[in-house]
Design a protein around this ligand. Structure first.
Ligand code: ATP
Ligand code: MG
Length: 429
């Protein structure tokens, strides 16, 4: 690398090796679970018109006011790299007439972009898995999504992370709560952080979410949503919690949990590591792995008909940090050609190994000793050596363990792969 080699953009990551395996494990497990729950796959554009996000997420949110990557393209349109999935999926629901599929259960994953201060677990390009149910007003949809999230974390082997659940009420309850919060925090305005003083009139719920110690001192005694809930909102929340109990999903009530975006109604939730758990240590200061809620007001902000919906998203990097490093799978067969005469036939054997579902590779550079050293270092299940006896090709399979997989490999190499190339028996070495 010379001095003028361009560096990676701040806040981006090049993921490789065991970390990349952990990342892939998260995505593969998510794919399996979303099929289990019968969510349909969608692929979304990485950029949208800026107004998709500013209207859906809300101008006063951190995401829209500080974190978006927006630019004018050559045609003069203001575009934004997606900072989240929900707004784009909602736009697609309206522009493609997906109403006909409602209630529509969709899932996706991919990169997102936010201009944030990079640190452990917080990047400018990060990745999420995302699941949404659009066009479902019933609390069963909330329960299904939460059960799915819970099962996903279990299948990833993640422990010490708990579901924190709250309700933000319906529009009526939320407005009353909002007024109560403005009154309460207004009385101590001078003692709040500068950010929260600014939030007070525009977005007082966000003060509850503040990490600033000056704000935290007042959050514990702030008015709770429960005092403002309408009968309908209360009944909805009761149905969600009893559904979770019936589904065997553990949850705890978090009365000051709010989400950073304007569009949430009723259910709001986050999966957060328990204090002092290994998960909390692994994540450091970034606490939330998975978050979401109900966003019944969002479609209208995009000019669509009122459409109830609920969804969640989780950071793949943060989940991967909790999964820990995943070793790359060992190869079934590493092939080493001992005698150059068999170079050509080795291509055929390698292709045949792979056609027989054996995870295989050839080591073909360096001296013979180097090749064997390299092959052993890869810690494969077996090494297949192509050597000679007289004029004949002699194949030897060296074992490194006594697993059923090794005997499957032996059987496949002996009875399906080699007979296509050699008359002789397979030697064991
Ligand atoms: P935070 O409070 O950590 O900023 P958020 O509320 O902004 O999170 P959401 O918009 O709800 O996050 O996104 C859902 C999930 O996406 C988060 O719980 C987290 O796992 C992940 N996430 C959000 N922002 C980032 C980021 N900059 N880098 C890595 N992961 C992120
Ligand atoms: Mg954030």
């Amino acid at each position: 690398m010379s001095k003028n080699t361009p560096k990676a953009i701040r806040g981006t990551q090049d993921i490789f090796g065991a970390d990349a395996e952990a990342f892939a494990f998260v995505v593969e497990t998510f794919e399996r679970v979303r099929k289990l729950y019968r969510f349909r796959r969608v692929e979304m554009p990485v950029f949208e018109k800026t107004e998709v996000f500013s209207r859906a997420i809300g101008e006063t949110t951190d995401v829209v006011s500080k974190e978006m990557y927006s630019f004018e393209d050559r045609g003069g349109d203001s575009l934004t790299l997606r900072p989240e999935f929900t707004a784009g999926i909602s736009r697609a629901f309206l522009t493609n007439g997906w109403q006909q599929h409602a209630p529509l259960k969709v899932a996706t994953h991919g990169p997102l972009f936010r201009y944030e201060r990079p640190q452990k677990g917080r990047y400018r390009q990060f990745h999420q898995i995302d699941a949404e149910i659009i066009g479902a007003a019933e609390p069963q949809a909330d329960v299904e999504l939460l059960a799915m999230a819970d099962q996903l974390l279990k299948e990833l082997g993640i422990e010490g992370v708990a579901l924190h659940l709250n309700t933000l009420g319906d529009a009526e309850s939320r407005d009353a709560w909002r007024a109560g919060l403005i009154e309460y925090f207004g009385a101590v305005k001078g003692e709040l952080s500068e950010d929260s003083q600014e939030r007070l009139e525009k977005n007082p719920l966000r003060i509850l979410d503040s990490k600033d110690p000056r704000d935290r001192a007042f959050v514990a005694d702030a008015p709770k949503i429960d005092a403002f809930l309408s009968d309908d909102a209360l009944a909805f929340f009761d149905a969600v919690t009893s559904g979770l109990d019936a589904a065997g999903v553990k949850w705890t009530r978090a009365t000051s949990l709010v989400r950073g975006l304007d569009y949430y109604r009723h259910t709001a939730f986050e999966f957060i590591p328990d204090e002092g758990s290994a998960a909390a240590t692994a994540l450091g200061a970034q606490s939330t792995v998975l978050g979401g809620g109900r966003y019944d007001g969002l479609m209208e902000s995009l000019g669509g008909p009122a459409t109830p919906a609920v969804g969640w998203a989780a950071g793949i990097e943060r989940l991967a940090m909790l999964v820990g490093e995943k070793a790359e799978e060992p190869a079934d067969v590493i092939m080493v050609v001992e005698d150059e005469r068999w170079n050509e036939i080795s291509d055929g054997i390698l292709a045949e190994l792979r056609r027989n579902d054996l995870f295989s590779e050839i080591v073909s550079t360096g001296s013979l000793k180097k090749r064997f050293d390299k092959a052993r270092k890869m810690e494969p299940r077996t090494i297949l050596v192509l050597g000679s006896r007289g004029e004949q090709l002699e194949a030897t399979l060296k074992y490194f363990d006594q697993t059923t997989r090794s005997s499957e490999i032996y059987d496949a190499v002996k009875s399906r792969v080699l007979p296509k190339f050699v008359k002789q028996e397979l030697r064991e070495g």
